[in-house]
Design a protein around this ligand. Structure first.
Ligand code: NAP
Length: 242
């Protein structure tokens, strides 16, 4: 069995990524924080497509939960390893820096940035030993150009982009690639309170993106076809200038 771990796979972009990666023949480990119903829905959709999956509930912002969940998974899956890691789970807590509370800064950094470090560190060794692996990080337009009201989120996503470029060079020789996908405005729960009619005026394609449009790029970067691409950031944003 070939395994892929997708963090934040219960809803939105992560759900679409789980389905695409299941179609590639991987058993998808669906991580999520709390929404059991939506996580089960992702699993059921995978099974109805003829694929395989399992749920792995843990909070990616909590180092102890990450350690425990991944160690448990490894102990119950001896001789199996995770070939694809998609660091997708993310949150926003927007606000101007003058009003930003410590917890709004720290929650966004730990969920979006520290999780990348802690989860990748636990899985990359097996990829290096097996001389094959794919790491894809879902970042954001905000991490490329910076957006006002998102100093915490821009810092976290920008941090993942820089770390991905560094890690890509560390491990390229072992056939393990590290790339980022940077969505613009995608229709999910994260953007449901935004005014699409107003915002679409600045998007050349004049609409928000669909989760599947992000998932297709992630799936390509996670496939064997993307064998000579590493350390890159691919934007999926309808032509928004970054
Ligand atoms: P979403 O619809 O809000 O879904 C977030 C997912 O992440 C859910 O599955 C959620 O699990 C999970 N999650 C959140 N915090 C977690 C934690 N601490 N531990 C484990 N899982 C956690 O978000 P989305 O729009 O699909 O965003 C996915 C990624 O794309 C994020 O990294 C986001 O920053 C990035 N992004 C999104 C957009 C956009 O326009 N939507 C644009 C740029 C970048 P539960 O269901 O259990 O809560």
């Amino acid at each position: 069995m070939k395994y892929a771990l997708v963090t934040g796979g219960s809803r939105g972009i992560g759900k679409a990524i789980c389905l695409r990666i299941a179609e590639m023949g991987y058993t998808v480990i669906i991580n999520y924080k709390s929404n059991d119903e939506e996580a089960n829905d992702t699993l059921n959709q995978i099974v109805s497509l003829g694929g395989n999956g399992e749920l792995l509930k843990f909070d990616v912002s909590d180092p102890e939960q990450i350690k425990k969940a991944i160690e448990n998974w490894k102990s119950t899956h001896q001789d199996q390893h995770i070939e694809i890691l998609v660091n997708n789970a993310g949150i926003r807590k927007d606000g101007l820096i003058v009003w930003m509370k410590d917890e709004e800064w720290n929650d966004v950094i730990s969920t979006n940035l520290n999780s990348f470090f802690l989860i990748t560190r636990m899985l990359v060794t097996d990829m290096l030993v097996n001389k094959y692996g794919r790491i894809v990080n879902v970042v954001s337009l905000s991490g490329l150009k910076g957006l006002p009201g998102q100093t915490n989120y821009s810092a976290a996503k920008g941090g993942v982009i820089a770390a991905s470029k560094a890690l890509a060079q560390e491990i390229a020789k072992k056939n393990v690639t590290v790339n980022c996908v940077a969505p613009g405005f995608i229709k999910t729960d994260m953007t449901k309170e935004l005014d699409e009619n107003q915002l679409k005026q600045m998007i050349p394609m004049s609409r928000f993106g669909k989760t599947e449009e992000v998932a297709d790029v992630v799936a390509f970067l996670a496939s064997k076809k993307a064998s000579y691409i590493t350390g890159q950031v691919i934007s999926v944003n309808g032509g928004l200038y970054t």
